[in-house]
Each structure stands twice: as C-alpha cells, then as structure tokens.
Design a protein around this ligand. Structure first.
Ligand SMILES: [Fe+2]
Length: 437
C-alpha cells in the first residue's frame, strides 16, 4: 500500500481483489465438473498437463509466492508439493520432468482438492491482515496465472479426448450462449461464410505496449514507439471451409508455400490437415469439445489448431500474409473486449457474425491469431525481479507471438497489448489465421 492511497480505497481494492481471486478459483473447479478423476490424469501430448496437475500447480503458485512470504505463521500443506508442482522455476527448486506429470497418481484428487481448500483459507486470512503492496501484486499475477491455466486445462482435455478412441465430448454441442442467441435470431445466417473484407489502416508512428494502471504481464512493457507501413487486416478469421480449399488444392503437398523449417515439419509429422481433422471416407470431420462434427457443419467457423507454419503457408497460398503483432495491436486498440471468449460458454470457435453484430469489434476471441512477429523483449524490457522473472522473459527465443485470445480465454484476461507465444510448430491451442496485406 502506498502512502498516497486512502485507507477506504485500499480496503475497496483489497476486497475487490479477494473477490476476483475467489471467482477465478471457483471457475477452475467449475471447468473440471464434467471430468472424471481418470480424465484428470491424462497427459496426451508433450505440451499438455493433466487437469489434476493444473489444479495443484495453480494452488502451488499462491503457496510458494504469496503465503510463504507474506502470511506470518503459514503452515505449508505438504513440503513435497513445493518441488512436485513447480513447473519451470529453476531458481525456486528442482522439479520433475514435465512428461512425468501423468504419473502423479499420488497425491490423489481428494488430497489436491484439500490442498486447494487449505490455500484458499489461508489466502482469506491474508486478505484480512491488510497485505502489503508486493503481496497484492503477486496475488493479481496469481489470478492471471490461474486464468492462463484454465485455458490450458480445456485445450489439454480436448487433446486428451481426441486421443481417446471413444472420442468423448466434454460438453454437449449447442449449450453455449451463442447457440441460444442463434436459435433466437434464426441460425441460418450465422452459418453462412461472410465475405472477407480488408480494413485499411494508415500506418505511421504509433505506440505499442501496455499503458495505464491496470494489470499487465512484464512482456507487455515498456510502451515504445513503432513504425507501421499502411496495411489492411481481414475483418474475420479464415474459416474451415476456406482452409479445406487449401487442402484440396494440394497445399500440404506443395513446398513452394512453406518455409524451409515448416516443410520439414510437414514431412516429419505427416501433416495433411489441422490437428483435429480426420478423414472419414473422403469427408473431413473435426473434433471439438462438443464431440466430432462434420466439416460441412463447421465450414463458416474459424479454422483452429493450426501451427504458425500452416498459418503462414495458407497466407502465401491465398496471396496474403500474416499481420505483425503491432499491426494487430493498432487495429485492436480502443476496441471493446468483446467476442467469443470463455465467458460466452461456446468453448469452440463460432461463425463470425454469430455473437457480434458489429463486425468492427470482432478483434477478440474464437482463436488466437498467429502473427509474423518473433517473441522478443520490447526495447528496454526487464523481467520481474526474483524467481517470478522466469515467468515470461526466459522464453524469448524461437517462439512466435499470438494475439487476441480464444474461445477458452476468460474475457477479463485479454487486452489489446496481450502477448501469447508458442513455438511455430505448436498446434494444440485454439490458434487460427487472420490475413493481412
Ligand atoms: Fe504455470
């Protein structure tokens, strides 16, 4: 708390943060409701973690970085959890190899849920004790960290269910808010592909990066000047139907559309379609959190689960390019954060007009968009002090920036300056394609 903050404002701020944290913690458990304890053990690809691990690791964050330092007399739940549920913080403790997370049958799920309760109770105690400024900052970071893991939990479950021969559904298709709206408004129009319109931006000298007093990650700072040439960005994402044309045109067999490393990835991995597309007797099916669905039902829906390499190849095939992260930010700045995000309850991309009447505002949601920008520190970037400096900064090598959030990103988690990042071959996220020219 700073000397200039009035006590009443401080109390308001602390109670608002306490309520925010409780809501985030509840939401994580809510997302696990459709899962069995066995579902929560699966780790079906190297990028993924079991849902049970997500429950424990997000709790570990608060115990390790908040309670141990800021709550006098805090009793750790289990001393082994300090290293067991550490993800990658080298300066904190040793930790198990990521691929071993599915072998953590012990501690059992009930013990993990007790761990969550133990930490939540202690956090409530801390809130009653007028926590210091650094504690509040870390709690806010922890809430944002847990929201990131909510998204991962769903993308990991989608992969787990895709690899299960029964191809189970996480939830029934048609139970999202958008589906209900579509039924009210007449769903036919929502499933027609809207014409792709390019919106012109003038370019010039602009500023990029976070500004203001709200939360941001260290990688969104410092705000700095960028020069943009005039450009145009598509007003919606590339659809499954459009991507199917690329496949039908032999896109995956023509090296001229692919970067060298991308073509190696196509050959080595045998890629011939996005991650969850299966060829059933000449017809494509697409696996979603609502189960398997035919391409013809999803033709107007944004294509998802493509790598940067595929997004880039598609753009070349289409005679376009991917936007830079600063072009995207310039287009999104000042737009309200509206779109098909986690809060819509869709948990899958939807056709571009299904949720939004105002197409100018369709800058967020459905799929993260791959940009052509390498993930690097901004001029003057410095990571957070101490162990939490490992959160973002140490990954600034060999990754590409994604922008805009997806259908499983909580709405209050995303903003115009938000930088997601993954290696260019990564396909298990809700990552899609926005064209630029
Ligand atoms: Fe994490």
């Amino acid at each position: 708390m700073t000397a200039t903050t009035s006590p009443i404002l401080s109390v308001d701020r602390i109670s608002a943060l306490a309520e925010r944290l409780r809501a985030v913690r509840r939401q994580t458990l809510e997302l696990c409701k459709p899962l069995t304890p066995e579902d929560m053990m699966v780790q079906s690809c190297p990028e993924a973690s079991p849902a049970k691990w997500h429950l424990a690791h997000t709790t570990w964050f608060f115990e390790s970085f908040v309670l141990r330092e800021f709550l006098a007399g805090y009793r750790v739940f289990n001393p082994d959890f300090a290293w067991l549920f550490n993800s990658y913080y080298e300066s904190f403790s040793a930790f198990p190899e990521k691929r071993l997370r599915s072998s953590f049958s012990r501690p059992g799920l009930e013990e993990i849920l007790r761990y969550r309760e133990h930490v939540d109770t202690a956090m409530n105690r801390l809130f009653e004790q007028d926590p210091e400024e650094e504690a509040l900052r870390r709690i806010e970071l922890g809430a944002n960290h847990e929201e990131q893991h909510q998204e991962l939990l769903l993308t990991d479950i989608l992969n787990a269910f895709f690899t299960n021969p029964l191809r189970p559904s996480y939830r029934e298709h048609g139970s999202g808010i958008g589906d209900r709206k579509n039924r009210k408004q007449g769903s036919e129009a929502a499933h027609e592909t809207q014409p792709l319109i390019f919106k012109q931006f003038e370019g010039g000298l602009r500023e990029a990066g976070h500004v203001g007093s709200g939360f941001c990650f260290d990688n969104e700072l410092p705000r700095h000047r960028v020069w943009l040439e005039p450009c145009a960005l598509a007003d919606r994402l590339v659809t499954c139907g459009e991507y199917a044309e690329f496949i039908a045109d032999g896109g995956y067999r023509k090296p001229e559309f692919w970067l060298s490393a991308a073509w190696d990835a196509v050959k080595q991995n045998g890629w011939r379609a996005p991650l969850y597309w299966s060829d059933e007797g000449g017809e494509w099916n697409i696996f979603t959190l609502g189960g398997e669905r035919p391409l013809k039902e999803l033709a107007a829906t944004p294509v998802s689960q493509v790598s940067f390499y595929e997004a880039d190849a598609y753009a070349r095939w289409a005679g376009r390019r991917l936007p830079t992260e600063f072009e995207w930010e310039a287009a999104a700045e000042g737009q309200p954060v509206e779109g098909n995000l986690l809060d819509s309850g869709e948990f899958a991309p939807v056709p571009s007009t299904a949720l939004l009447q105002n197409r100018n505002a369709a800058k967020y949601g459905d799929c993260w968009v791959w940009t052509s920008s390498a993930y690097l520190g901004y001029p003057g970037f410095h990571p957070l002090a101490g162990t939490l400096g490992e959160y973002n900064g140490k990954f600034m090598s060999g990754q590409m920036v994604l922008r805009g959030g997806s259908c499983v990103t909580p709405a209050r988690h995303i903003r115009a300056t938000y930088r997601n990042f993954f290696a260019p071959e990564t396909r298990w996220q809700f990552s899609g394609i926005l064209l630029a020219k």
